[in-house]
Design a protein around this ligand. Structure first.
Ligand code: WQD
Length: 348
C-alpha cells in the first residue's frame, strides 16, 4: 500500500516508516520539521536503501493538506504528527488544541474527499487518566489531566464519530505505553528538542556526559523498590505494531479498533537505571528528588487484545532497549545535526 506517514521524520514515525517500507509498502513522509530535523531524511534513505518521498507541509493548513492527499494516491494514513510535551501543553493549551486537533481534522477532511479509507492513530496510555487500575485494558474509560492528554482523548472521539458518519473508514487507535530504544544501527533514535521530559533520553544524556546526574522523582511509591513503574516497549516493537494494525484494517469489518501497545510488564526507574549502566558499562549518578506532580506509581498494559487480534507482541527486553538507546546516543552525543535550512531540496 501507499501510506502517508505524518510526523514521519520524528522518533516513532521514522522507525515506523522504515518498517513499512521493509514490509513492502510505499511509505511517504509528511512533516513540518517544527520538532524534527531534516537530517533524519538522508539517514532514513540510507537505511531504506532508497530515496523516500518527503513532503514539508503544515497539516493544520487545510488547502495544503488537501493538495497533498489529492495528488498522493494514498491507501492509508499513519498519523504521528503532533505536539506531545505534557508540561508545555499546560503552558500553551491553545497551541496544542489547534495543532493536534487541527492536523487530524485536516487529514480526515482530505481523506474523505479523496477516498482514503484507512487511518492509524498514534494515541497514548495517557488517555487512561490518573486513577486507572493496572493492567490497563482498552475498555477502560478515558480522561486526562492535561491539555496534551485531552487532545488524545478528543482525537480518539473525533475518529469514532468520523467512522460513524462514514462506515467505509477503518480506524486503528494505538495506545502507546512508554516507547524507548532505537534502531539497531544506531543511526536513528530519540532526539527530543530542548530538555527532555522522559526518563530514557535523560538517562542517555547523563550516560554520554551531556547531563551531570539523573533525578529520580520519588522513591516512596507503593512499588517493590519505591520508584515509579512503567511499561517500556522498544520502538522497533512499537513500529511493528503499526504494520500489523494496518494489515488488520485491510481485513476487519470493525470500523474503529483500539489496541494497547505495551509489553504488559512494568519496570521501575531504578531497574531502568541499572539496565542502562549495564549497557553503557559505567555507573550513572542519580539523586532522589521529590515526586513529580501528576506522576502515578504504576502504569502498564494488558496487551492481550493486540496479541490475539494482531498477532503482535513486544518482546524486546529492557536490556535490549538500553543497549540500542546507548548505541544511538553514544554515536550521536548531540542528536541529529541541523541540516542547512532552505528549500526541501536540502532534505538530502
Ligand atoms: C517515566 C518514569 C517518572 C524523568 C510520559 C507522558 C505520556 C507518554 C509517555 C506521550 C516515571 C520517572 C522521569 C526523570 C524520573 N508520552 N522519571 N526522573 O511520565 O510515564 O509518560 O511519557 O504520550 O503521555 O506522560 O514517562 O519518561 O516522563 O517517566 O524519575 O528525570 O520515570 O517519575 O516514573 P511517563 P516519563
Amino acid at each position: 500500500m501507499r501510506i502517508l506517514v505524518s510526523g514521519g521524520a520524528g522518533y516513532i514515525g521514522s522507525h515506523t516508516t522504515l518498517q513499512l517500507i521493509a514490509a513492502g509498502h510505499d511509505g511517504v513522509i509528511v512533516d513540518d520539521f517544527r520538532r524534527s530535523k531534516r537530517s533524519v531524511v538522508a539517514r532514513l534513505d540510507a537505511l531504506a536503501g532508497r530515496s523516500i518521498e518527503v513532503h514539508e507541509v503544515d497539516l493544520t493548513d487545510l488547502a495544503a493538506t488537501d493538495a497533498l492527499v489529492s495528488a498522493g494516491g494514498f491507501d492509508a494514513v499513519v498519523h504521528f504528527a503532533g505536539l506531545k510535551a505534557v508540561g508545555e501543553s499546560v503552558e500553551k493549551p491553545l497551541d496544542y488544541y489547534s495543532n493536534n486537533l487541527g492536523s487530524t481534522l485536516s487529514l480526515l477532511a482530505a481523506m474523505s474527499r479523496h477516498g482514503v479509507p484507512k487511518f492509524v492513530f498514534s494515541s497514548s496510555a495517557t488517555v487512561y487518566g490518573e486513577n486507572a487500575p493496572v493492567p490497563m485494558r482498552e475498555d477502560f474509560p478515558t480522561s486526562a489531566t492535561n491539555p496534551y492528554g485531552w487532545t488524545k482523548v478528543m482525537q480518539e472521539q473525533i475518529l469514532r464519530d468520523a467512522a460513524v458518519a462514514d462506515p467505509s473508514l477503518r480506524v486503528a487507535l494505538l495506545r502507546y505505553f512508554n516507547p524507548v530504544g532505537a534502531h539497531a544501527s544506531g543511526t536513528i533514535g530519540e532526539d527530543p528538542s530542548g530538555i527532555p521530559n522522559n526518563l530514557m533520553p535523560l538517562i542517555a544524556q547523563v550516560a554520554v556526559g551531556r547531563r551531570d546526574k539523573l533525578l529520580i522523582y520519588g522513591d516512596d511509591y507503593p512499588t517493590p523498590d519505591g520508584t515509579g513503574r512503567r511499561d517500556y516497549l522498544h520502538v522497533e516493537d512499537l513500529a511493528a505494531g503499526h504494520v500489523a494494525a494496518l494489515d488488520r484494517l485491510g481485513t476487519t469489518d470493525v470500523t474503529v479498533s483500539t489496541w494497547n501497545l505495551g509489553t504488559g510488564t512494568p519496570t521501575s526507574v531504578r531497574e531502568v537505571v541499572d539496565a542502562f549502566s549495564r549497557a553503557c558499562g559505567h555507573e550513572l549518578p542519580v539523586e532522589v528528588a521529590p515526586r513529580r506532580a501528576g506522576d502515578v506509581a504504576e502504569s502498564y498494559a494488558d496487551p492481550s487484545r493486540a496479541e490475539a487480534e494482531l498477532g503482535w507482541r513486544a518482546d524486546r527486553t529492557i536490556d535490549q532497549m538500553c543497549e540500542d538507546t546507548w548505541r544511538w546516543q553514544s554515536q550521536n552525543p548531540d542528536g541529529y545535526p541541523d541540516a542547512p535550512s532552505g528549500s526541501s531540496s536540502d532534505l538530502r
